[in-house]
Ligand binder design. Structure first.
Ligand SMILES: Cc1ncc(COP(=O)(O)O)c(C=O)c1O
Length: 480
């Protein structure tokens, strides 16, 4: 496909701009010539060509509105269109972020109400909506943990992180100056309690527990884990990015978590393909409320106000007040589903994942064979040892069947991992068709392995050098 620049023909334009009625200013007389551009190489195309170009480009992409997108851990969840309508309301989009509190009362009320909803859903004392993503929320949470121990005069320098945690957890701990220590997963995919006991000392500030973990499994011994950590004065951090697995079923606050971060862009819709925007609210128990980022919303007798009067706060973690459009979508999602709807969404997400797990179990290795939560993790080891077909080949072949591949090679503790997250909105027909495709590929891997190894066959480009594409992306057009 030609680039828009290659479609350019001198003199063509997609715009007609009215004659200016503002008095002419001779720019050369006002701005020093050295700051002025000699020219600007913009493509010159007619409106119809411009529209066709970008429409065609958009149709080459794959999104959750086009088809099944079972990208485990990333939760590519369907985003109800009413959320977009709400987020696009002029009162939300038109407000200047520097506008006075008086002009932003409705928006502030929405932020306050979403904070309250999250407190109720997750059993926490307070929430901040400032962080812009899950990893940013983790960083914010760990910064609060650090400040908490500083205030108490305790020099704890370790953070425990299970090997089934999300990869951003050790990064967040290390960024705050903690040493991270890996905690083993036991044979049934949970925390190895004996290992935890041996590691837990008064040097440990916190355990960062992804729950459900990256195997898609809920921590069965959560109460024991919580009491081991708290008995030594440590804090329990919950990576709640996958909270869509337990909405309305259980609450982290009731399970003993002192801090949790959420990924609004996963649990509460807003698909986040392409890198954003996201929102990673952090909820805390009573002990950590004073350390929340500022400014915080306070309700006064004459309305909502932003306040910085929290002397123990870790300070600001983001410009302005978070990614407001994601906040509006999460609010709309929660209010339109209600408590019963959220619980049903979770139940359906868990049911769908278990349905796929059971259907594919005869064809792919299942390293942890127990009821999963919102996602299930297979291993492609059998296909490797029997026919030399790797998980990456299976993923590429799925593209030929019209599906976005699942997450592969993650979690790291499962060799040749295939991590499938169907989400709650997919119908039985869609799940069946996907499973049929996976089963067909498992058969091909046996009968004609080269067909799978050379996939995809239906795309314009085949196997790209993914490392080169990620490290040295060539995205700048240069004039010949
Ligand atoms: C369990 C878990 N924690 C943290 C993150 C990081 O979230 P983000 O990509 O928004 O920074 C993710 C992302 O998918 C996740 O699955």
């Amino acid at each position: 496909m030609e680039l828009i620049f290659e479609k350019s023909r001198p003199g063509r334009s997609a715009a007609s701009i009215a004659e200016s009625d503002v008095p002419f200013i001779n720019i050369d007389a006002v701005i020093d010539k050295k700051y002025l551009r000699a020219g600007l190489d913009l493509p010159e195309v007619a409106e119809v060509d411009l529209v066709r170009h970008y429409t065609n480009l958009s149709r080459r992409n794959f999104g959750v509105d086009l088809g099944f997108y079972p990208l485990g851990s990333c939760t590519m969840k369907y985003n109800p269109k009413v959320n977009e309508n709400a987020a696009a309301l002029p009162g939300f989009t038109g407000l200047h972020p520097y506008g006075d509190d008086e002009l932003a009362q409705g928006n502030m009320q929405l932020i306050d109400e979403l904070e309250q909803c999250l407190c109720n859903i997750f059993g926490m004392a307070a929430f901040t909506l400032q962080p812009a993503a899950g990893a940013h929320g983790e960083l914010t949470g760990v910064m609060m943990i650090k400040k908490y121990f500083e205030k108490r005069g305790e020099k704890r320098h370790l953070i425990l992180i299970p090997d089934a945690a999300h990869g951003t957890n050790p990064a967040s701990g290390a960024l705050c100056g903690f040493e991270t220590v890996t905690l083993r997963t036991n044979g049934e995919g949970g925390v190895d309690i004996e290992h935890l006991k041996s590691l837990m000392t008064e040097d440990v500030a916190a355990l960062m527990l992804t729950n459900p973990n990256t195997l898609g499994l809920f921590e069965r011994n959560i109460e024991t884990v919580s009491s081991i950590i708290h008995a030594q004065g440590g804090l329990l951090y919950g990576d709640g990015a996958n909270a869509n697995a337990f909405l309305g079923i259980t609450r982290p606050g009731d399970l003993g978590f002192d801090v949790i971060q959420l990924n609004l862009h996963k649990t509460f819709s807003t698909p986040h393909g392409g890198g954003g925007p996201g929102s990673g609210p952090v909820g805390v128990g009573r002990a950590l409320v004073d350390y929340l980022p500022v400014p915080r919303i306070v309700k006064t007798h004459d309305g909502y106000r932003w306040s910085n009067k929290f002397p123990d706060s870790i300070g600001r973690v983001k410009a302005f007040y978070g990614n407001f459009n994601v906040i509006v979508k999460a609010y709309t999602y929660i209010r339109s589903l209600g408590a019963a709807g959220l619980q049903r969404a979770t139940s359906m997400a868990v049911l769908n994942a278990n349905y796929i797990k059971e259907k594919l179990k005869p064809y792919f290795d299942l390293p942890y064979d127990r009821i999963c939560m919102h996602e299930c993790v297979f291993s492609g080891s059998r296909q490797v040892s029997e026919n030399g077909v790797h998980t990456t080949d299976i993923a590429k072949r799925l593209i030929d069947f019209g599906y976005h591949p699942p997450t592969i090679y993650f979690p790291l503790i499962v060799p040749e991992a295939i991590m499938i997250e169907p989400t709650e909105t997919e119908s039985k027909e869609t799940l069946d068709a996907f499973c049929e495709a996976m089963i067909a590929i498992a058969r091909e891997a046996k009968d004609s392995p080269q067909l799978v190894k050379d996939a995809p066959w239906s795309t314009e480009v085949k196997r790209l050098d993914e490392v080169l594409a990620a490290r040295k992306p060539d995205v700048c057009w240069k004039k010949k």
